[in-house]
Design a protein around this ligand. Structure first.
Ligand SMILES: [Zn+2]
Length: 265
């Protein structure tokens, strides 16, 4: 009966987790040190990055290169920050539980209830690059690892500028134009805001915008009654539009559009 043995083992390891461990799993900000020397690239692009032939993330993103190794992003965007979003909720009495980074679901099988965890990670350098990824696994830690990896592979470049008519400073503190994103029942619109406005958006969206390097934004829900997951992905979809939208040269000058990072220049 090898199956039963396995089941008992997983149960044991689950019990061993103390409250302290659980708190560790629930950390919102995660930073993993990256060792470029120890990294053994598996893909062609990865090898070129390690050798220093590719030095800039722009070279990859502008050519729509397929990035299949998370380490490529670690090597090219060194000051990357990772944050987990609150997508789950702990079961609780008195109407609603605590917010959690893991969304827990259960599958009923003949062997009993099988829990599964899902989480969403955001990576960004607070300077024009941001990525979002989801991870699902039977335990919290691998779910988080998967989410972070997917977020890195999903990294995008954004455009910033000052599209607010009330501000007009031409500095890249806000959005250059209105963007909207749709996912499931959720539809959001983000608008340029004058300096000092801050991020007027849903809390998890604020984290995404902050890691992307945007400091002033107004937003509006065009439809309500959607899940947190839908809100998050419509926010990211909206940010994707920043680069796909065609802009004329005179607009670039008028609102001071910058693509990607500004610190390096
Ligand atoms: Zn401005």
């Amino acid at each position: 009966m090898p199956e039963k043995k396995n089941k008992n083992e997983t149960k044991k390891s689950f019990k061993k987790k103390t409250r302290k461990d659980k708190k560790k799993d629930e950390r919102v900000s995660v930073r993993t040190p990256f060792d470029k020397e120890a990294w053994k690239p598996k893909t062609e692009i990865g090898k070129k990055v390690k050798q220093g032939i590719i030095k800039n993330i722009d070279e990859l993103l502008d050519n729509c290169a397929q990035i299949k190794e998370a380490e490529i992003i670690d090597a090219l965007v060194p000051d990357l920050e990772v944050e987990l979003l609150f997508v789950g909720q702990a079961k609780g009495k008195f109407g609603g539980g605590q917010r959690r980074v893991f969304r827990q679901t259960q599958k009923k099988t003949s062997e009993g209830n099988k829990p599964s965890f899902a989480t969403v990670a955001i990576v960004g350098n607070k300077d024009g690059f941001v990525g979002m990824g989801m991870g699902k696994a039977k335990e919290t830690v691998p779910a988080r690892e998967k989410a972070i990896r997917n977020a890195k592979l999903n990294i995008i470049k954004i455009r910033r500028g000052c599209g607010s008519w009330a501000c007009g400073c031409k500095e890249p503190h806000s959005l250059p134009f209105n963007i909207n994103g749709k996912s499931g029942a959720s539809e959001l619109i983000f608008m340029p805001a004058p300096k000092g406005t801050g991020l007027v958006a849903e809390k998890e969206c604020q984290k995404i915008l902050k890691l992307a390097g945007i400091s002033d934004v107004w937003s509006k829900k065009l439809r309500s009654g959607s899940t947190k997951l839908n809100i998050i992905s419509s926010c990211f979809k909206a940010l994707k539009k920043l680069m796909s939208m065609k802009v004329k040269q005179d607009l670039i000058e008028k609102v001071g559009i910058v693509e990607g990072a500004i610190k390096n220049e």
